[in-house]
Design a protein. Structure first.
Length: 389
């Protein structure tokens, strides 16, 4: 049976599976290299497209894990006949993350309906999986041979069946002998009557055993890192411009959860200045204002606390890069890519690879080293901040 490209998390949202991530990376590299061959190497479109069609087979040979997309970059350069691997690396670094996000979104858009139809079909039963798994074998199987009815053989089979008894069962002195199934049914009838129906839980390909066993669904994510950063930066611009009317209009356009997220942010800012915060009271206010329960209010608080720490680290890393010679324009274009990488989804291994790919565009060695040092350490902290593995 095919491996699904997406999986469903315990809180109900969907994300790419390991197979889906591999597909997304391959498609992204394929698109970028075809475009690069045409634009940078001036290859004819037909030649570049033919190269792109050969690329999946090449990727299967040289790529065994996501990090190989970074490690094997010289081989990609040789494959498309680019003598300057550094120039290709700078191009990949600048365009990989934006293109990857588009590919991911398209895959999710395409695969979610398929996934729902296959894994969330209320009429789906485990036997369907066997049919899908062995469909080709069923199609190739020879037809059953017809066995003509033989009255004598039938009588002999019945006679043998009548003599069958379970171990420990004394054969009846006279009359037809009960079938083994009948004996089991009589012996365990009370258990069959009182048994609960089986609950079928489909295998979604995700590691959610703890949530399923506990019976307690996880509280879903309340706000994304990208949205949080956009709100904080937008409010910051209004405050810097002393535009009270613009700020009020923008704030009113936010959802109650987004407003509460900004409230938490200002409280954490005050706490960082050693001001005392009555968190129990503040959480209760958020519950009343946003009309949410304690679980949601606390989940949002935890997200904002983590996002604030991560956003400060990103700003510090880019500042360190500029101090080591990175151009401000590059820092500005790199910032949204880092926001995407440090989003509260995915897994750490994929994020490590994505960070390496994005930093290919930082060609100043000292700047690249400074940024890598700060952000690599922050990536490892995401296991605790976001709960990612």
């Amino acid at each position: 049976m095919h491996q699904p490209l997406i999986s469903k998390k315990s809180e109900g949202n969907y994300e790419l599976s390991e197979t889906g991530l591999s597909r997304a990376y391959m498609m992204t590299m394929q698109r970028l290299l075809v475009h690069y061959a045409q634009q940078a190497l001036k290859q004819p479109p037909a030649e570049a497209q033919a190269m792109g069609q050969r690329l999946p087979a090449f990727i299967t040979q040289v790529i065994k894990k996501l990090d190989d997309y970074f490690d094997q970059l010289p081989q990609f350069a040789a494959f498309i006949k680019e003598p300057n691997a550094g120039r290709l690396g700078a191009y990949i670094g600048q365009n990989f993350m934006p293109q990857l996000e588009k590919v991911k979104e398209k895959l999710l858009e395409t695969e979610i309906p398929k996934y729902k139809a296959e894994y969330e079909n209320p009429y789906r039963v485990p036997s369907n999986d066997l049919i899908m798994l062995y469909a080709a074998d069923f199609a190739k199987a020879p037809p059953l041979t017809y066995k003509p009815f033989d009255p004598e053989a039938e009588a002999e089979e019945k006679l043998k069946a009548a003599e069958l008894v379970l171990p420990g069962e004394a054969p009846q002195g006279s009359g037809p002998k009960p079938q083994p199934g009948e004996v089991l049914l009589q012996r365990y009838a009370s258990f069959f009557i009182t048994a609960r129906p089986l609950t079928y839980v489909p295998d979604t390909g995700s590691d959610e055993g703890d949530e399923v066993d506990s019976g307690m669904p996880a509280v879903p994510q309340q706000i994304t890192f990208r949205t949080f950063v956009q709100i904080v930066n937008t409010v910051g611009r209004y405050v810097k411009a002393a535009d009270q009317a613009g700020y009020a209009k923008f704030y009113q356009s936010l959802t109650p959860i987004q407003q509460s997220a900004y409230t938490y942010y200002t409280l954490f800012q005050k706490a960082a200045q050693q001001q005392d915060i009555a968190w129990s009271d503040e959480i209760h206010k958020v519950m009343q204002r946003a009309k949410v329960d304690a679980g949601v209010a606390n989940k949002l608080k935890d997200e904002v606390e983590a996002y604030r720490k991560v956003s400060l680290t990103l700003s510090r890393a880019l500042a360190a890069g500029q101090q080591k010679g990175m151009a401000p324009q590059l820092a500005q274009s790199l910032y949204p890519q880092l926001i995407t990488i440090f989003e509260n989804t995915g897994n750490l291994a994929e994020k490590r690879t994505a960070l390496k790919m994005s930093l290919l565009q930082v060609t100043e060695p000292a700047a690249k080293e400074a940024i890598t040092s700060i952000l690599s350490a922050q990536l490892e902290e995401l296991a605790d901040l976001y709960g990612l593995a």
